[in-house]
Design a protein around this ligand. Sequence first.
Ligand SMILES: Nc1ncnc2c1ncn2[C@@H]1O[C@H](COP(=O)(O)OP(=O)(O)OP(=O)(O)O)[C@@H](O)[C@H]1O
Ligand SMILES: [Mg+2]
Length: 277
Amino acid sequence: MTAILEGRNIVKTFTTRRGGQKHEVRAVGDVTVAADRGEIVGLVGESGCGKTTFSRILIGIETASSGTVLHDGKPVATKADWKALRRDVQYVFQDPYTSLCPTMRIGEALAEPLLVHGIGDKSERAERVREALSLVGLQGFIADRLPSQLSGGQRQRVSLARALMIRPRVLICDEIVSGLDVSVQAQVLTLLTELQASLGLSLIFISHDLRVIRYLCDRVVVMYRGEIVEQGPVERVFGAPESDYTRGLLAAIPDHSRRGEPRLGLRPAGHEGARLA
Ligand SMILES: Nc1ncnc2c1ncn2[C@@H]1O[C@H](COP(=O)(O)OP(=O)(O)OP(=O)(O)O)[C@@H](O)[C@H]1O
Ligand SMILES: [Mg+2]
């Protein structure tokens, strides 16, 4: 199968200046990750290992020092290629406070991607906003609210709705549940699995939380200091990790050594009845 989205041999070096001195930071070193249609790929690794940088390169927010992004198997090279990619791949940010404009009502914020892509007239856009809110389990009146009038979980639902407005095939989710309370995390993850299944989305899901990755993902890519140390099906990586680094990460999960449910109340994905407890 041709991957729907792939970053191939991606390298990213940042040059920073401190006290007049130039410093080079190799944030990503030769990383290849691909997502197939309908697949949920997890990117995991400790803070600073390059997850966000890699994922931003996939959507062109950041430019790779070298390497190629492929969309439906074709290298993304021209402006038109990137435009087509952005029509198909959407990014959901960690903090909906900063990604949602504080003075823009939710309805307007949701309609904006349609305006940007020249989709629909005013009444069609209003209809699509209502549909999107309902898709993420929010009532229509939320359209008249400002971000500050919503809870964290509601804001993250709005961010998801916004990303889905143009009906993309791929969502990149960067730590989208990290800032939420555990029970709200569970609700957002359930919503995400439902949306993924009903819309057939591919997801690239970034998290430092292995329990979340295990619950949600089909495949996991473990990164350390800008490199991939291990990747494979979630059951295999969690059941029989090959690298010492992955073993260390797994050992650090609270309650991992004990049988039974992790504290988050999540069961591993791929098991019958994989659901939130
Ligand atoms: N704009 C930038 N300029 C300089 N260095 C940067 C920049 N963005 C990221 N870095 C560096 O690149 C490395 C990777 O950062 P990145 O944010 O991709 O990691 P991450 O895995 O997403 O971490 P976290 O889990 O904390 O979000 C870090 O060393 C970071 O300091
Ligand atoms: Mg990050």
